[in-house]
Design a protein around this ligand. Structure first.
Ligand code: TIU
Length: 255
């Protein structure tokens, strides 16, 4: 037995995050990081969020913490899912009730400074550069607020053999909370990382987190970023290059 209590835990040990309302525990690799709608249309001026009259500068604070999570998941080779709230160019997947509600400056599909609002392929629909998906990462285009509605998300999670979801993204009380509720009803345990989510209304963010963790985690868990990062096992070392063959004599110097 070793006396070295700082030794790295074996890779099969459960990950245990100090969270509310109690510890969030998952087998390594079986928690997907789900990043909700970190799109220019919500975070930058001139997009969909601004068209609704919101102060979009409030969302920027979630970008760097989300990047820290993304780096941590990528370093461990764990599953990452990005979502985009988006519609087909002909808006065939946008219910009229969604497009016509209220009195925004611009509606979904209208032309703004970053292209047509919330339309796939337009610059505003892209994920912000700091969080751009890497080739091979799952990107789910979702016509609703929830990421399970009318998307292949559940099948992709099943293919990853995922049992737990760790959430980041915007906005806390709209697309993040809706997706966490959908996930809860589908049997996933979900954790929201507090600094990695934001709302145009800070008190809505706080209230949404309280709603999620209340009643013994009626929807899920919440934890600060530091508690998540602290709990993760060390990433596996990069695969070393193969050693040089030993049965070949080295060339003499000067040849
Ligand atoms: N308006 C608002 O707060 N959110 C959305 O419309 N979509 C997402 O939350 N992604």
């Amino acid at each position: 037995m070793s006396d070295d209590h700082t030794a790295t835990a074996p890779p099969t040990a459960l990950v245990t995050i100090a969270a509310r309302p109690f510890a969030f525990t998952f087998p390594p690799g079986r928690a997907a990081l789900v990043i909700i709608d970190m799109q220019r249309d919500f975070i930058e001026p001139g997009g969909f969020g601004a068209s609704l009259g919101n102060d979009v500068s409030r969302l920027e604070a979630a970008v760097a913490p989300t990047r820290a999570l993304l780096d941590a998941w990528r370093a461990r080779g764990w599953p990452v899912v990005h979502t985009r709230e988006s519609h087909a160019p002909d808006l065939s997947d946008c219910p009229p009730a969604k497009r016509t509600r209220g009195n925004p400056r611009l509606r979904i599909g209208d032309h703004g400074p970053m292209g047509r609002l919330l339309v796939r392929g337009e610059p505003g629909c892209d994920i912000v550069p700091a969080l751009a998906p890497l080739p091979g990462e799952v990107v789910i285009d979702k016509p609703g607020k929830g990421a399970f509605h009318a998307t292949p998300l559940q099948g992709r999670l099943t293919a990853f053999d995922v049992s737990h979801l760790v959430f980041a993204g915007v906005t806390t009380e709209v697309c993040v909370q809706t997706t966490m509720r959908e996930a809860n009803d589908r049997g996933y345990d979900s954790l929201l990382v507090e600094e990695a989510t934001a709302s145009y209304f800070p008190h809505f963010k706080d209230s949404a987190i309280e709603m999620i963790v209340a009643q013994g985690g009626i929807v899920g868990w919440a934890a600060p970023l530091a508690a998540v990062l602290r709990a993760l096992p060390e990433p596996a070392p990069a695969t070393a290059p193969p050693p040089p063959p030993t049965n070949v004599a080295p060339s003499p110097p000067g040849r």
